[in-house]
Design a protein around this ligand. Structure first.
Ligand SMILES: Nc1ncnc2c1ncn2[C@@H]1O[C@H](COP(=O)(O)OP(=O)(O)O)[C@@H](O)[C@H]1O
Ligand SMILES: [Mg+2]
Length: 620
């Protein structure tokens, strides 16, 4: 059996931008981040001060030892007092270094985490405002990456890259200055080494970047694969694909393992060649300096201090070089995050929206000559006209793909029409704020979404202004009362994510209660009863009769029995209204609806026999 997953995974990665990393644009990334740094500038100034104090205390220590050697030990002074003072100062410096490093780390963490938390919140807020057309194009996986690992990369930028650049950059310059102060000739010798260090660092840099990117890309592939498999686990088990999928997983896992090993090997090689270079330099300094000490042109203490400083000199270079990768991925991450933040939603609120009283909306709906196509395809509707009176109950039927859900999406303004207009009570829905529109229009879909939380909160959608009593009343009303009472904690029972502990029908009952609580003036059910057994459907049907009283109601239904009572039934095909009228009128027309009706009747009579007449496949 050919495996369907291999290709789709690759597509997913490509769409998620995981396959190839975009080139980092440092300038814009820095400009963006600096605007976030501004509110924390005092904290950052304190970090700089702490870093300077900590570095100075650390740098001063070898110098103290030099003083002990040259001015006390070698000078032949026979008094312990001076040495003791130096010991105490040395200890004091260590404590100061410790304290200020601690402060610096904490302050930086505080600022960095606050900034990242703010970015994360902004990003989430922004994503919730984007239009459905965006989510059609964007795989969820890549949005999760933006909110989790991209923001984490920004955090690492503050806590690693920035800190290293600041601390180690400062160290490097100070050490060079001190070395020259101590002995200019030896200092010059060490300076000669700098180009060699640069060559090694640069040659390793590009190699390290490649291995680093390779490891990240392979990890993303692995995660995408696992995510896809977890969500399709039942299919994998039903089709007995465990072995094939495990094979594929093994392939990706091995690739990631190899990339990791390669990354670590490169890093070890790099670190050790730096160590070697450092040892060579020390040997060289001992040689040259030793000769000078013997020739009495150099004090012994200076030589000691030099050797210590050379060790300290290599460590920051190494650290800065290693932060290069981090800097790159942080830059890419910042650009990716701002790529999302820069997207303007396709559906925007009118800057001066009409203010109408949602309660007093009558619910007249006019689709005036609308033309609409999704981004990827030919128009679904071409100049469609549909006028619905206030309080009317409309049933919509049609084959799968006829455009029933699209029509509803347009009324909810998940998308905007390209031509024509949609009016509610004569007001263009583009002139209402989206918040107000969604108060007026309530939608129940086939797959209701329940959140992790109590039943009460799920029904009132965490809106605390809706009372507990109203929720209970609504649940009883749709017949969900007995279901809830059977649960462990009644209305306070906590549901797991997606409400996965409930059956599809039970979830749907709760979503009906939800819509009743919110009392929209226009109620839409899009195949909402498809998952209910006929007994529960009847309960809903009765509730619906009461709820739809005085409300405009649009019902898209699987079973014709659900919409037979409608004031008007619209038969939709390929985005056009084929027939319209009451159940009785449509039957008399002896057209498409009659065909549908007889088919559904036939099916119920034969009870479960799957006889789908040719030409009616996929009829809903
Ligand atoms: N988000 C979308 N992006 C692109 N095309 C879509 C999208 N949603 C639906 N379509 C297309 O629009 C047509 C109508 O779909 P839909 O309104 O969902 O039909 P129905 O609800 O009647 O089954 C179909 O051909 C479908 O492929
Ligand atoms: Mg649909």
């Amino acid at each position: 059996m050919p495996n369907p997953n291999s290709n789709s995974n690759r597509n997913l990665e490509q769409k998620a931008g995981l396959g190839k990393q975009p080139k980092p644009q440092y300038r814009s990334a820095f400009r963006i981040l600096s605007s976030y740094v501004k509110p924390h500038r005092i904290t950052f100034a304190l970090v700089v001060i702490c870093t300077i104090i900590a570095s100075v205390s650390e740098l001063f220590q070898p110098y103290l030892v030099k003083v002990a050697i040259d001015d006390n030990l070698m000078a032949g002074k026979n008094e312990f007092g001076g040495i003791l003072v130096i010991c105490m100062i040395y200890f004091g410096l260590s404590l100061t270094g410790l304290l200020f490093t601690y402060l610096q780390n904490n302050l930086l963490q505080y600022a960095g985490q606050s900034i990242v938390a703010k970015i994360r919140k902004q990003l989430f807020e922004h994503i919730t405002k984007l239009s459905m057309s965006y989510f059609d194009k964007k795989p969820i996986g890549s949005l999760i990456t933006h909110i989790s690992s991209d923001t984490e990369a920004v955090n690492q930028f503050f806590n690693q890259v920035l800190l290293t650049l600041l601390r180690d950059g400062l160290m490097l310059i100070s050490i060079l200055v001190i070395m020259f102060q101590l002995d200019a000739t030896l200092g010059m010798y060490c300076l000669v080494l700098l180009p060699i260090i640069a060559v090694i660092a640069i040659s390793f840099r590009s190699f390290m970047r490649n291995t680093y990117q390779m490891a990240r890309t392979r990890l993303s592939r692995l995660i995408a694969f696992v995510a896809e498999n977890l969500s399709g686990m039942n299919l994998i088990q039903v089709f007995q694909q465990q072995k094939a999928q495990t094979e594929q997983f093994k392939e990706r896992n091995d690739a990631y393992y190899k990339a990791n090993i390669r990354e670590i090997r490169t890093l070890v090689l790099f670190n050790r060649s730096f160590d070697l270079l450092s040892s060579l330099t020390i040997a060289f300094v001992i040689g040259v300096g030793g000769k000078a000490v013997l020739g009495q042109t150099l004090e012994f203490g200076v030589l000691y201090a030099f050797i210590t400083y050379i060790r300290q000199f290599f460590q920051p270079i190494n650290a800065i070089t290693q932060q290069w990768n981090m800097l790159q991925s942080a830059t890419v991450a910042v650009n990716r995050i701002w790529g999302v933040l820069d997207i303007r939603p396709d559906v925007m609120d009118n800057p001066q929206p009409l203010r109408i009283n949602s309660e007093s909306v009558h619910g007249r709906i006019d689709f005036n000559h609308i033309t609409f196509s999704y981004e990827s395809g030919s128009p679904i509707f071409r100049g469609l006209d549909l006028h619905i009176h206030s309080g009317e109950m409309i049933g919509i039927v049609g084959t799968t793909g006829a455009g029933k859900s699209s029509l509803v999406s347009l009324l909810c303004r998940f998308y905007d029409v390209q031509e024509g207009s949609i009016l509610i009570d004569g007001n263009d829905i583009r002139d209402l704020s989206q918040a107000q529109l969604h108060r007026i229009v309530g939608l129940v879909q086939q797959e209701p979404y329940l959140y992790a939380g109590s039943i009460i909160d799920n029904v009132r959608m965490f809106d605390k202004t809706i009372s507990r009593e109203a929720v209970i009343q609504a649940c009883e009303f749709v017949g969900a009362g007995s279901l809830v009472r059977r649960m462990k904690d009644g209305y306070d029972t906590r549901l797991s994510e997606h409400g996965s502990s409930l059956s599809a029908g039970e979830r749907q009952l709760l979503s009906f209660a939800r819509i009743i609580v919110f009392r929209p003036r226009i109620l839409i059910l899009d195949e909402a009863t498809a998952n209910l057994d006929s007994q529960t459907e009847q309960l809903i049907q009765q509730a619906l009769q009461v709820v739809s009283e005085g409300r405009t109601t649009i019902i898209i239904a699987h079973r014709l029995s659900t919409i037979m009572q409608a004031d008007r039934i619209i038969v939709l095909r390929l985005g056009e209204i084929l027939e319209a009228g009451t159940h009785k009128e449509l039957l008399e027309m002896k057209g498409f609806y009659e065909e549908l009706y007889h088919h559904s009747q036939g099916k119920t009579k034969k009870q479960g026999v799957q006889t789908t007449p040719k030409g009616l496949i996929g009829i809903v």
